[in-house]
Write a protein that binds this ligand. Structure first.
Ligand code: E4P
Length: 267
């Protein structure tokens, strides 16, 4: 499974790249806002985005999202983003929502137009397998089912739980769900699994990015499902490395190495 990092913070991108595990980067306007309010403070957004693209390098796709909701505007923004930034490292992918609230099917029209122009699209905010199927059919290079947000939706709308009180953002929700579902979708991982299954049935070239990942177990499930990619926030990448027995083992081996005079080998 390829791993993308889900952040616009250059410090996090650089750190994770240094671990040798990053195949791409996804951003969204909320992530860009967070980055601009912290490490991008005082910088122009164009320059900051160019820096992200340079740090990512030509082999790592970077998703940049449009901001409008009408198809004509999204196409114009996508073309502008592509023209302005793709020359830096040839790695720009445009993020387009599968649909907008206008009720005019703007997402699909945008995906079709951009893919016909050869501009790669990451179709975002996928909440049902049907949306993913339509996005792939319209020409999306990637589809991003939002696992965490579906878990949130089921917990809040179907189980009546309150976020921040009854459950926290990073809390795991079981893959096979509980006794409720969202039109047959039992959990975020169930959504990812059904999207992968459907696109595999018809050999679409579209890759599935398990998105809105909130904890390490969701990453494990994405990999068990066979999602092509998981886009993972930095704090979840850190969580993936943790186990008390690993820490305990390293401490004991270090102590015993001292006692066995290992130092002599390295001096
Ligand atoms: C990535 O493409 C998405 O924008 C991101 O994973 C959304 O995550 P969130 O639901 O935690 O905001």
């Amino acid at each position: 499974m390829k791993i993308f990092i889900d952040t616009a913070k250059i410090s996090e991108i650089k750190e994770a790249i240094s671990w040798g595990i990053v195949d791409g980067i996804t951003t969204n306007p909320s992530l860009v806002r967070k980055a601009m309010e912290t490490e991008g403070k005082g910088k122009k957004i164009d320059e900051y985005i160019k820096d992200i693209l340079k740090v990512a390098g030509e082999d790592r796709p970077v998703s940049l999202e449009v901001m409008s909701v009408a198809s004509g505007d999204m196409i114009r923004e996508a073309e502008l983003l592509y023209e302005k930034f793709n020359g830096i490292a040839g790695n720009v992918v445009i993020k387009v929502p599968v649909n907008t609230y206008t009720g005019d099917y703007e997402g699909l029209k945008t995906i079709k137009a951009l893919s016909e122009k050869g501009i790669p699209v990451n179709c975002t905010l996928i909440m049902t397998p049907e949306q993913a199927l339509l996005a792939a059919k319209a020409g999306a290079r990637y589809v991003s089912p939002f696992a965490g947000r579906i878990d949130d939706y089921i917990r809040t709308m179907k189980l009546g739980l309150t976020p921040g009180k009854d459950f926290q953002k990073g809390d795991y929700y079981p893959w096979d769900g509980t006794d409720v579902d969202d039109n047959g979708i039992r959990s975020g991982s169930d959504l990812v699994e059904k999207v992968v299954m459907i696109l595999d049935n018809y050999d679409y070239e579209t890759e599935v990015i398990a998105s809105s990942i909130r904890n390490a177990r969701q990453v494990r499930e994405a990999a068990m499902i066979g999602a092509h990619i998981a886009t993972i926030p930095f704090n979840v990448l850190q969580e993936m490395l943790l186990h008390p027995k690993t820490e305990e083992g390293v401490k004991k081996f270090s102590e015993d190495a001292e006692k066995a005079n290992y130092r002599e080998i390295f001096s």
